[in-house]
Ligand binder design. Structure first.
Ligand code: M6R
Length: 609
């Protein structure tokens, strides 16, 4: 996600800010910018691409100052461009700010400000905040109070660091649902989204809570509540992490960090499409692009995104009653696919750069048919070729093994399916409410799954030396079996195959013996008894069985290896059944001493054929 660093000091802060940004590079970004207050003026430089590009710009147009803020942007609203890069100012260039998060009601606020005669310079949701603060300042409000009032108008998530040219030597920082902390230095103080940005200068940290403002000066930091401006007393903590530990938020690997980010990502995906406290699914972009007479969706994808697509077929056909076909992009591009008039080709891709998926999209585009994407990277190649892009809000995925992208793709598919179902009139209100309840319960249920790691560590310890694994699932959990097998093979180098459980008797059962364990994904479902019968067939051939289920009592007499997930509608179970498989792969690879975040022979983005 985006990164923030700010400093109030007695020395020139520009070099310190650039170094702080470099410490945040691991988070991923597409542009960077910096602002310093000097002689009552705010000096700003911004550039797209790497921080080195910003440094080149600063070499040509040097700026300096004792107070400054800087930012790395990961685009969410508006493509990566100089205009959209932070910092953003108000119309009179009195204040300037950097922002992490998403302002949900930005369009409403923007319309109001435009009606007041304010002209916007960017496509971002962020600029609404700087313009709003400028608006309050013009009405005679003081700097800190203008920031506080503006925040009272905002809905959504935000971490802010704000400068004013009229109050040099001060940064006003605010947190709401997006991390922000204060570093207490010697003759200087820091603001950052993440302690790595200032860890080389101080390890004394105060974390802001949601709804808190910090007024940071060189020698002092004062805290207030956003809601009523009441003063707060906050204590610093001492951080003992080094920079690398801090970048992984204390996790030993990015993969584990990303697995654990999944509940919050689910919250973000839902938040992006439902107004606070309301049940209306806001997808005007889908309404405009997808017509109710749509009769076919062709999904193209690779790897984990292909598995998400297979789950998507079950979801979209069940909820929206539209026929869905799923292709490996690498196969689709080399056959003569049927791409009808009333069809849409949907590319699902984390990176937006996968060569085969891009080629498939281009092919459909050349045929003059509609293309859309579900993608994690704003402005990536595939999104530039699609008529509609639904962004997954998962933040940069650093581990080569994809985990949080899969979950965010599924969450987006649920929303898309529900929207199309409503548009096609196939979804009545009680079913809509049921789906909504299931979706909204997922973050909490997923958190409880992720807290229950001991059983999976035990599986990893017991089975780490095996050379082969079979993964079985049925229906919407058949692709989950494929994903479980892919995760295990790519990071632990154990051979693993995924199969629909009903296919076991047609071949794979020949492999089963006491050295060939099987993971069965078996939540309550229409085919539950049939999957249990598969289990008995495996046990009869001396195979070990490991079960992921929400019906643990049904399996206790067969196997000691049971991982219990919460009760869930089968259609919404894949997010909960996949997470334990991600963790099983992780702990197995850990036991085998594998290079988890960068497995051998694999690249994060496969940009060549
Ligand atoms: O960026 P994409 O989603 O298009 O990438 C597709 C695959 O290359 C990717 O999912 C790959 O299979 C991962 N290593 C899986 O963990």
């Amino acid at each position: 996600m985006c990164g923030i660093v700010g400093i109030v000091s007695s020395r020139d802060v520009v070099g310190v800010l650039v170094n702080g940004l470099k410490m945040l590079e691991y988070r991923g970004y597409d542009s960077a910018g910096i602002a310093a207050v000097n002689g009552g003026e705010i000096l700003i430089e911004r550039n797209i691409g790497k921080i080195a590009n910003l440094e080149d710009l600063l070499a040509k147009h040097p700026i300096s100052g004792n107070t400054g803020i800087a930012h790395t942007r990961w685009a969410t609203h508006g493509v990566p461009s100089v205009n959209n890069a932070h910092p953003h100012t108000d119309q009179s260039s009195v204040v300037c700010l950097v922002h992490n998060g998403i302002i949900e009601n930005y369009q409403v606020l923007k319309d109001k400000l435009i009606a007041e005669g304010i002209a916007f310079q960017s496509e971002t949701d962020t600029e609404v905040i700087s313009q709003l603060i400028g608006f309050y300042l013009k009405n005679g409000t003081g700097f800190e109070e203008a920031v506080r009032q503006a925040c009272c108008d905002l809905e959504g998530s935000y971490a802010l660091a704000v400068l004013s040219k009229n109050e040099t030597g001060k940064i006003v920082a605010v947190r709401n649902q997006t991390p922000l902390c204060i570093g207490l230095g010697k003759d200087e103080n820091f603001v950052a989204s993440d302690i790595t940005a200032f860890l080389e200068h101080t390890k004394e940290v105060i974390y802001l809570n949601d709804g808190e403002i910090a007024v940071v000066t060189r020698d002092d930091v004062k805290f207030r509540t956003v809601k009523d401006g009441n003063e707060l007393d906050k204590q610093a903590v001492h951080i003992s992490w080094d920079v690398e530990e801090a970048q992984k938020a204390g996790y030993p690997h990015y993969m584990l960090k990303e697995i654990n980010q999944q509940p919050l990502i689910l919250v973000d995906v839902l938040r992006g499409r439902f107004r606070v406290g309301e049940d209306e699914l806001e997808m005007p972009d889908v309404e405009e692009f997808v017509t109710p007479d749509i009769d076919h969706i062709n999904i193209v994808a690779c790897g984990t995104s292909w598995h998400a697509s297979l789950v998507g077929k079950f979801i979209i056909e069940a909820i929206a009653r539209v026929h869905v076909s799923v292709d490996y992009a690498s196969e689709f591009r080399y056959r003569s696919p049927m791409v009808d008039d009333n069809s849409i080709t949907l590319a699902i891709t984390q990176s937006g750069e996968t060569a085969d998926t891009l080629a498939a999209v281009r092919m459909v585009q050349d045929l003059g048919r509609k293309t859309m994407s579900i993608c994690n990277v704003v402005g990536s190649s595939i999104t530039r070729h699609c008529g509609l892009n639904l962004y997954t809000q998962a933040g940069p995925e650093i581990s080569v093994a994809s985990t949080k992208a899969f979950t965010s793709q599924l969450a987006t598919i649920y929303l898309l399916a529900i929207k199309i179902g409503i548009m096609r009139g196939v979804l009545d209100d009680s079913l809509f409410q049921h789906y909504l309840r299931e979706l909204r319960a997922l973050p909490r249920k997923l958190t409880s799954v992720l807290e229950n790691v001991e059983e999976l560590k035990r599986w990893a310890k017991y089975f780490q030396k095996k050379q082969n694994f079979l993964f079985l699932g049925r229906g919407v959990n058949y692709p989950v079996a494929l994903e479980g097998a892919l995760k295990l093979k790519e990071i632990s180098y154990i051979h693993a195959e995924g199969y629909p459980a009903g296919e076991m008797k047609h071949g794979p059962i020949a492999l089963i013996d006491d050295e060939f364990p099987t993971v069965i994904v078996a939540p309550a479902s229409a085919t539950f008894d049939k999957v249990k019968a598969n289990l008995e067939e495996i046990l009869a051939r001396d195979g070990d069985v490991l079960v992921i289920t929400n019906q643990p009592d049904e399996f206790r007499r067969y196997t000691p290896f049971i991982f219990t997930i919460p009760e869930v509608d089968e259609l919404f179970s894949p997010i909960l059944t996949t997470a334990p498989l991600q963790l099983f792969a992780y702990y197995t690879a850990l036991r085998r001493g594998c290079h988890i975040d960068q497995p051998r022979n694999l690249a994060k983005s496969v940009v060549v054929e």
